[in-house]
Design a protein around this ligand. Sequence first.
Ligand SMILES: [Zn+2]
Ligand SMILES: [Zn+2]
Length: 302
Amino acid sequence: MPAIWRFKKFTIYLPTMGLQMASLNSGSNGNCYYIGNGHDAVLIDIGLSLRETEIRLKQLQLSVNTIRAVFISHEHTDHIRGVSTFANKYKLPIYITPATAKFGPRLIRPLSKSFEANQPIFIGDGDNDNTALMVTPFKKEHDAADPHSFIVSYQGIHIGVITDIGIACDRVAHYFQQCHAAFLESNYDEVLLRTGRYSQPLKDRISNGKGHISNRQALDLFRHYRPKHMSHLLLSHLSKENNQPEIALNTFLPHAGQTNISIASRYEVSNMFTIESAHTYALSLLSTPKPVVKAVQGNLFG
Ligand SMILES: [Zn+2]
Ligand SMILES: [Zn+2]
């Protein structure tokens, strides 16, 4: 059957440098997420003060010198508190949409660069994710001017930063199922919210599809759309009042499978995780002079 042999492919796996990820803090008291590849890095949101951001980078043994840009998901204070001072001090561009910038501190504007949903931005050398970090924003449901989530990619590895989502909409499902790791909101326990001391209007605002998602909603997303290659999930933006880390963890652990589940704390930095994958190269059995024909990337944007 020579025709079959002619087109038959096989795969080899080559190690990559991996992508590092950590939460500096996660929750309504301040959000800041670090993703980098060793020489280039981005921060998603800076909801901590300048000083606290610097302290936590030190705790993670991260150099500010590798941070190339800050991306802003939306204008709520817990996502932008320290962005102006940090970006000004270190002369970093702030990627923010014009609609969000309108509501942010005035200092953001001189340093700001725009982005559009589903249009990747390359940070570092070149215009592909083999040499540069690729940041892909996508729109989310949240009670803000122009809110976005992000996927940060490098050499075929994809990490999602998906918090402050009112619902796990189709866009979230689409991108989540490409992720090797993710910060995923798991904001509240439904019973604690229902029986808690918040006013009814506030309870409604949290759970009406434009606020936050519950542990159960996050778990539903995970159970239905978690890809086989997802190695790490950090449950994020947990409510102080309506959730507890143990409750969120115990919700997920029976369904964890091969995925390492942990909490992005609202009090301290997380561990630093290195997310590794492998390129899949398709080799033609018949083309011996130049064996590596094509790198087959994950179908993130297809
Ligand atoms: Zn928030
Ligand atoms: Zn928010």
